[in-house]
Design a protein around this ligand. Structure first.
Ligand SMILES: Nc1c(NC[C@H](O)[C@H](O)[C@H](O)CO)[nH]c(=O)[nH]c1=O
Ligand SMILES: CC(=O)[C@@H](O)COP(=O)(O)O
Length: 232
């Protein structure tokens, strides 16, 4: 539930008689109340669109992003993960901890292959460590040659605060690269307390995070290409 200065805010179904054109919609009235709400209810978030009339339509999603209802009027933009054929990707990989990063790279390449990305549409760029990923991804993103950049690395905690410095640099570097270049830059950097945690994430108990982030790259490439590309 969204909290407000007035207490809890909730959407309550309003009993209205719908005409046939409205039958696919539900109207909600907005009410504020202070009493404790049943915590077993799904939390709602909503966006509000005000049309030409005075009616306010609300599109509700639960905590997991699932639709509680859909209306024909709300445009939903999704990236497709059916096939990535024709999309070009760069993978920036840190050599530091390469026992781990090579396996992340393998996972990513396997996923790209499974989703029909052609080998000639993938460039792999090696950098010394995670600290160097951001600047490299930004340059690749700005080149406009790729639909998405996948950033792969592994930071494993040592004795000093060096870990935090490298993690922060990698995280903000990848974020800035995406924001500054307009090309989706995907965060495939493991941040682990132990080598065991890292091995579990490159094909062990916790799957292969390289494969997972490749799928994110495919989805974002499709979303940008089909829906969000700036008009020329
Ligand atoms: N400790 C880790 C590093 N450190 C190296 C830095 O990323 C960087 O290459 C160096 O400071 C020169 O600028 N890199 C990782 O990828 N993982 C680590 O655990
Ligand atoms: C990123 C790290 O924590 C590691 O490579 C550095 O180890 P240390 O903190 O022991 O110098």
């Amino acid at each position: 539930m969204a909290a407000s200065a007035f207490g809890q805010c909730s959407l309550l179904p309003r009993t209205v008689s719908l005409n046939p054109q409205q039958s696919h919609r539900q109207l909600y009235s907005l009410s504020f109340h202070r009493q404790t709400v049943n915590s077993s209810l799904p939390a709602l978030s909503f966006t509000q669109s005000i049309g030409f009339g005075s009616a306010i339509e609300r599109h509700c999603v639960d905590q997991n992003g699932s639709d509680l209802f859909k209306t024909d009027a709300v445009r939903q933009l999704n990236g497709s993960v059916i096939s990535a054929k024709g999309h070009r990707f760069a993978i920036v990989v840190a050599r530091f901890n390469d026992l781990i990063t090579k396996k992340l790279l393998e996972g990513a390449l396997e996923t790209f292959k499974n989703y029909s990305v052609r080998e000639e549409d993938i460039d792999v760029v090696w950098v010394p460590g995670c600290f160097e990923i951001g600047v490299t991804a930004q340059l690749l993103g700005k080149s406009q040659k790729y639909h998405a950049i996948l950033c792969i690395g592994a930071v494993i905690r040592g004795d000093t605060s060096h870990y935090d410095a490298v993690v922060n640099a990698a995280t903000s570097g990848v974020l800035s690269a995406g924001l500054n270049s307009g090309t989706p830059c995907i965060f495939g950097v493991l941040t682990c307390d132990t080598l065991e945690q890292a091995f579990n994430r490159v094909g062990g108990k916790a799957g292969n995070k390289g494969s997972e982030t490749a799928l994110t790259a495919i989805e974002m490439a499709s979303l940008f290409e089909h829906h969000l590309k700036p008009s020329e």
